[in-house]
Each structure stands twice: as C-alpha cells, then as structure tokens.
Design a protein around this ligand. Structure first.
Ligand SMILES: Nc1ccn([C@@H]2O[C@H](COP(=O)(O)OP(=O)(O)OP(=O)(O)O)[C@@H](O)[C@H]2O)c(=O)n1
Ligand SMILES: C[C@](O)(CO)[C@H](O)COP(=O)(O)O
Length: 252
C-alpha cells in the first residue's frame, strides 16, 4: 500500500456544518439555511452534498436551537448519520462545537462545510478530501479570482459621498476561499482555540491554521459552490437545485 492510500485507510473523516447563523444580509423571515427548494431546506441539501463522498462517516450540524420544532421535522426526514448540536454567537464558535464533538467521537480529520453552500459538486468534494486527508497542512476549496480587481475610495467631490476607483489590485496570486475545508481534527481544534472564536480575522478554518503557521493547500473549487449571502445568490442556487431535481426525476 502506498503512503497516500495507507493514510486514507486509517483515517476517520467526519463533517461539521455550521448552520447557526441568522442570515442578516439576506433579510428573509427564516434564516437562509432553512429556506426550502425542491422539498428540502438548503441545510438538508448541504448535508446531502457532503455525504456524496462515502469517506464522510458522520455529520455534526450546529444550529441555534437543536430542540426547535422545525429541526425535529428535518430530523424525521433525515436518513443520514447526523448529530445535532448547539452553535454559538460566531461562525467559528459553531464550528468549534462541531469539531470538539467530532474529536470526542474519534474523528482524525474534519471537513467543515457551510450550510449556505448547498450546490457543492461531488468531484470538487472528492478533490479536497483526497488532498486534505493526505497533506498535513490540510486543504480548502477555492477559486482563482477571474475579474479585474479594484480598490475603492469614497469621493466627496460631488458634494455627496460616492464610491470611486483608487487603484487596481494585482490578482495573479489571489483566490476566493470556499468550503469544504479539510484538516486534522485535533490540529484544527487547537488552532481555533488558540486564535479565539471571536477574533474577526477568523473568517474560515484555514485562517486559524494559518495563525498557527500552516499553509493549507488550495484546491480548485467550483462557481456552483456559491455561498448564499444575498437574495440573488439564492435565486442562482434555487435554479441549480431545481434543475438537478428535474434531471433526477427524468432519470438523466
Ligand atoms: N454564529 C454563526 C454564524 C454563522 N454560522 C454559519 O456559517 C455559515 C456561513 O456564514 P454566513 O454566510 O456569514 O451566514 P450568516 O452569519 O447566517 O449570514 P450573515 O452574515 O448575513 O448574518 C452559514 O452556514 C451560517 O449558518 C454559524 O453556524 N454560526
Ligand atoms: C468560510 C467562508 O465560506 C469562506 O468563503 C466564508 O468566509 C464564510 O462566510 P462569512 O460571510 O465570512 O461569514
């Protein structure tokens, strides 16, 4: 057995899905992860998405109230191995709750994925797991920046504040981070605890690992792995999920 295959055989990979946010930028009545498309909430689509890879043994979902009635409805529909936990006041706090639970159940590695990214394609998931289980620095999905980048300034020339270009920004080495992000479970737990869950620079798991000196691998993600942040993101994701559901029904 070569090293890569051997290390993957001895690993226990578990997923953590932070789903305790309130979606303030979307301004919907229910938090965005509980909006329904094709008979399932975005959260359920995200759970299904991470379970597309059989190496994921269990999923820990952090929500603001695991005992809420509408979570009970989701639990009843769920046939996958999912454990429900209480999330925290920041994304990092919710992730840490999940990572601690995964470590306590024997996870060697964790895969963290936003509930708000329900269209994760299976090949991208496989790519990040392949590297994340093998590379001691971990791995994240990301996409190289493809548009020209501008730094802005607020101009008051016209009497009222308007946004103008201050300068262009070199995009050559810039990538936009996505999830899943895959790391050694204990290293990630330690990194988040060390950096602090209320640290504003801790925007993703890679940031915590970087804080501890690691340089996680960048694995090409997908535009389809869009994070629902604003209403128009939801419109795209809804169309993609509906198209996927139609294809399934037509057997294509
Ligand atoms: N205290 C928090 C905050 C966020 N999240 C989760 O982290 C993911 C990515 O965060 P983001 O898109 O910023 O979600 P929200 O915080 O809900 O959105 P907003 O910033 O617009 O309020 C989401 O799945 C969200 O539910 C979480 O589990 N716990
Ligand atoms: C982790 C993340 O999805 C990487 O792009 C993102 O940073 C989470 O969203 P937020 O808006 O920064 O909370």
């Amino acid at each position: 057995m070569d090293n890569q295959v051997e290390s993957q055989v001895n690993n226990a990979l578990m997923a953590v899905i932070p789903a305790a946010g309130n979606g303030s930028r979307m301004q919907t009545d229910v938090p965005k992860q509980f909006l329904t498309v094709a008979g399932k909430t975005l959260l359920e689509h995200s759970i299904d998405a991470v379970c597309q890879d059989p190496r994921v043994q269990k999923v820990f979902v952090a929500v603001s109230d695991p005992d809420a009635e509408f979570i009970d409805d989701i639990k009843k529909r769920q046939s996958l191995p999912v454990a429900w936990l209480k999330g925290g006041s920041s994304r990092a706090e919710s992730v840490l709750a999940g990572v601690r639970a995964a470590v306590s159940q024997g996870a060697t590695h964790v895969l963290v994925h936003d509930a708000a990214r329900p269209c994760l394609p299976e090949p991208a998931l496989k790519r990040v797991i392949d590297t994340g289980l093998f590379d001691p620095q971990g791995a994240i999905l990301a996409i190289p920046v493809r548009d020209s980048l501008k730094r802005s300034l607020i101009s008051t020339e016209s009497g009222k504040g308007s946004v103008h270009i201050e300068s262009s920004v070199e995009r050559e080495a810039l990538w936009q981070a996505q999830t899943p992000q895959v790391f050694s479970a204990e290293k990630l737990q330690h990194a988040i605890e060390h950096m602090g869950t209320q640290n504003p620079q801790l925007t993703d798991e890679a940031s915590a690992m970087q804080w501890c000196g690691f340089q996680p691998a960048l694995i090409t993600g997908s535009i389809r792995n869009l994070k629902v942040t604003h209403r128009e993101d939801f419109d795209c994701v809804r169309d993609w999920l509906l198209a996927k559901d139609n294809n399934k029904e037509n057997g294509s």
